[in-house]
Design a protein around this ligand. Sequence first.
Ligand SMILES: [Fe+2]
Ligand SMILES: [Fe+2]
Length: 247
Amino acid sequence: MDEKTQNDDKMMKVTFEDVQNDPQIQALIRGASHVLNVMNYTEHGLRHVGYVARTAHMILTKLGYDAKTAELARIAGYIHDVGNMINRKNHGITAATLVYPILRDMGMPLDDVCEICSAVGNHEEEIGWVVNPIAAALIIADKSDAHRTRVKRLNQHFDDIHDIVNYSIRKNIVLVDSERKIISVKFYMDNSSSVMDYLRIFLPRMIMCEKAAKFLGCSFRLYINDIIINTVRQMTPTQLDSVKDED
Ligand SMILES: [Fe+2]
Ligand SMILES: [Fe+2]
């Protein structure tokens, strides 16, 4: 083992639990959650970041990535939204900038910090790119978290389409079929909203998920109430003939 690898090996003792228990990280998550509460955004507190951390870790583990990469994705999932403490706009970039010195001070090797920060700085659909496997897992985990519990009960603005759609979602699941290389995101909605409403606000996020799945060598399937949304059912030649345009 060369000297650099030995040093890095000694330094990779920063675990998810270390990050979770760090007072600076805890304060940033509280601050971000507070700002978004005031802005009447959906829940971005410990429930959201815990879900994203768990799901990002699960995606890479099921796809056979090594334990360290999956752990880095788990950490990225936990800290990805702390930039909201400063401002909603460009919060991914802000988050990466905020956590970089904290992770370094905790003793995380530079290459690992860079991978996490690249992923965190690229998780927003408006400005993000799928730059590494951690980013891919983070994007799918983050964008799949739509659920009625994210709507603030005391601040329900049911004229807001985000609240309407989120409130109609009773269940959300991410499934990874490692053999067939398929990542599926499934939502179960009640009839207080519609697929059209869902697509109106979440289509760019699902397109980003498609790109993330492709980066991981998988195809992406979006289901709403068990109906696949992003592919069409294959028709037989006879069926196709029967729907030909009339001259
Ligand atoms: Fe975010
Ligand atoms: Fe998020």
